[in-house]
Design a protein around this ligand. Structure first.
Ligand code: PMV
Length: 328
């Protein structure tokens, strides 16, 4: 029987970073992580399992990895106990390859669309564990608002902490370089774990930061959340810079943005930086300050563009036709 399903999911930014895997397949994290899901950056996926197909037909945005999606479909088929090939269409409603992480939103949307199309009805935890197999951070994009990836167990998954509406926050994304990154996150993690003298200290840092971040979110304390997020991000990059050879994801404008954010803070504006495995800087702030912060960050030399995002929803199904209508 032929089945089609479509879904939409949003990207997320980690406040406590995932940077290191356990041995073995399936992107099992070495430690937990905490993120916010962003409404401005979404991916859409449509999946059709069709017995008439003799191979998977995968259409992705430019720059996305079809082999990774094919391997992910194998995981869905294994789980559903089927061998049927699939047609996959995946689109981002933000510029792909613009330096905005799309693997989290992409694999979260794909996990929901593919599992439904394969006849599975997974709960949030099982869906999150499935999305993790595509990309570790995708496990968190199954949930909206604030989510925590738990590291325990053989098949780890994320859990929701707060819904988007429970504590509105904004993120200003400053795009420094839109090129494809030279060292992907998987390779960067492996290199850091196997060569950085600070990797063990990084894992200790995460163990201490997770309960502190949970408490700060629970208290809706922007200062505590922001200070922890910025410090945790700098610790991740510190461990990565100390790898051998050192791995630097930053550009000069990345550092200039960090300085500008500190200057704004010194001037009384609550704004905090976080940076993933690339040169872009994301500034965490209260919604009423976002436009002013975006205007300040746009003035920094080397910044190409800025985007403002609020917090977004978790993965949800959409009408299959909706995926055709969206621009790539
Ligand atoms: O999900 P991956 O394999 O792309 O790894 C994500 C790594 C970071 O973005 C740097 C941190 C995180 O927790 O999202």
């Amino acid at each position: 029987m032929e089945r089609t399903s479509a879904a939409r999911a949003h990207a997320n930014i980690a406040l406590i970073k995932y940077w290191g895997k356990r041995d073995g397949p399936g992107n099992r994290p070495a430690a937990g992580s905490i993120s916010i899901t962003l409404d401005a950056l979404a991916s859409n996926a449509r999946v059709r399992f069709d017995p008439a197909l003799d191979r998977d037909e995968i259409r992705l945005p430019d720059g996305a990895d079809a082999a990774r999606v094919a391997a992910f479909l194998d995981a869905v088929r294994a789980r559903a106990g089927i061998g049927t090939r699939a047609e996959v269409l995946s689109r981002n409603d933000f510029p792909t390859g613009a330096g905005l992480a799309s693997s989290a939103s992409g694999f979260a949307a794909l996990a929901l669309a593919a599992s439904r199309a394969a006849g599975l009805d997974l709960d949030g935890a099982a869906l999150s564990a499935l999305a993790r197999r595509g990309s570790g951070s995708a496990a968190r994009s199954i949930f909206g608002g604030f989510a925590e990836m738990r590291a325990e167990g053989d098949d780890p998954h994320a859990v929701p902490l707060l819904d988007a509406g429970e504590w509105p926050l904004s993120v200003v994304i400053a795009i420094v370089d839109s090129g494809v990154k030279a060292v992907g996150s998987g390779e960067g993690m492996r290199h850091t774990a196997s060569t950085s003298p600070y990797y063990a200290a990084w894992l200790d840092t995460v163990a201490a930061d997770l309960p502190a971040m949970r408490a700060a979110i629970e208290a809706r304390d922007l200062t505590a959340v922001g200070e922890l997020a910025e410090a945790n991000c700098l610790a991740m990059h510190g461990a990565t810079l100390a790898a051998r050879p050192g791995l630097a994801y930053w550009r000069p404008a990345t550092l200039a943005l960090l300085e500008t954010i500190r200057d704004l803070r010194a001037g009384g504006l609550p704004v905090y930086a976080t940076i993933d495995a690339g040169p872009q800087v994301k500034a965490l702030c209260a919604p009423e300050d976002a436009d002013r912060i975006a205007a300040e960050l746009a003035k920094v030399s080397g910044v190409k563009t800025t985007r403002v995002s609020g917090l977004g929803p978790g993965a949800h199904t959409v009408e299959p036709d909706a995926v055709y209508c969206l621009k790539s």
